[in-house]
Design a binder for this molecule. Structure first.
Ligand SMILES: [Zn+2]
Ligand SMILES: [Zn+2]
Length: 196
């Protein structure tokens, strides 16, 4: 049996990884480029005007009980990483790390009674990329938060749900939150890597 180091060495020899931003060898996104990204240290309400509350009086009515936006999409490194995630499955790791860093900055690392629900990807999209993008990130988040991964809306009855997506889309998120509420989810929060 090969050791993990030997396997990594061979894989890197056959399929060398270069940083998608600075082209440095060794990983798809190097630590230096990762650290260039600004991660939100605050949680904002749905309309974005107020910090530290899920809904303010000016927020639009919504099926969501709140939203966690890990970073602002308007950053080149982040845009590049998200675009490249269409073809590089391993980028699920830095993307999950952005979410976990956001929670760390919020000092929120416990989600008792929560489940993680990845935004369902249609078969065409999964066929094109060869993997399920939201599920790849959700698996890592589920493992680190110790919140079970659930993909069937029926399983979310009486649960608090974190609906995971890569980039926030208000229509997609509302539709999902509505469906989950119809399935008697207790509360539904959006959780996205980035928002415009
Ligand atoms: Zn780099
Ligand atoms: Zn608001």
């Amino acid at each position: 049996m090969l050791t993990k180091q030997a396997l990594d060495y061979l894989l890197d020899l056959l399929f060398p990884k270069t940083c998608l931003v600075c082209q440095r060898k060794g990983s798809h996104l190097c630590e230096d480029c990762f650290s260039l990204m600004e991660i939100n240290p605050f949680q904002r309400c749905l309309c974005g005007k107020n910090k530290g509350v899920f809904k303010c009086p000016e927020c639009p009515s919504s099926f969501l009980d709140g939203l966690f936006v890990s970073a602002d999409l308007n950053q080149n490194v982040l845009k590049k990483t998200i675009n490249s995630f269409n073809s590089i499955k391993e980028l699920s790791m830095p993307l999950a790390l952005i979410i976990l860093t956001h929670f760390f900055l919020l000092e929120k690392n416990r989600f008792p009674d929560f489940v993680v629900f990845p935004r369902p990807i249609d078969k065409k999209e999964e066929k094109r990329t060869g993997f399920n993008k939201t599920k790849e990130v959700a698996k890592l988040i589920s493992e680190k938060l110790k919140a079970p991964l659930m993909e069937n809306p029926d399983q979310t009855k009486d649960k608090s749900v974190l609906v995971l997506d890569i980039v926030y889309d208000v229509f997609v998120m509302e539709k999902l939150a509505e469906t989950l509420k119809q399935n008697q989810a207790k509360e539904v929060f959006g959780l996205v890597v980035a928002k415009h």
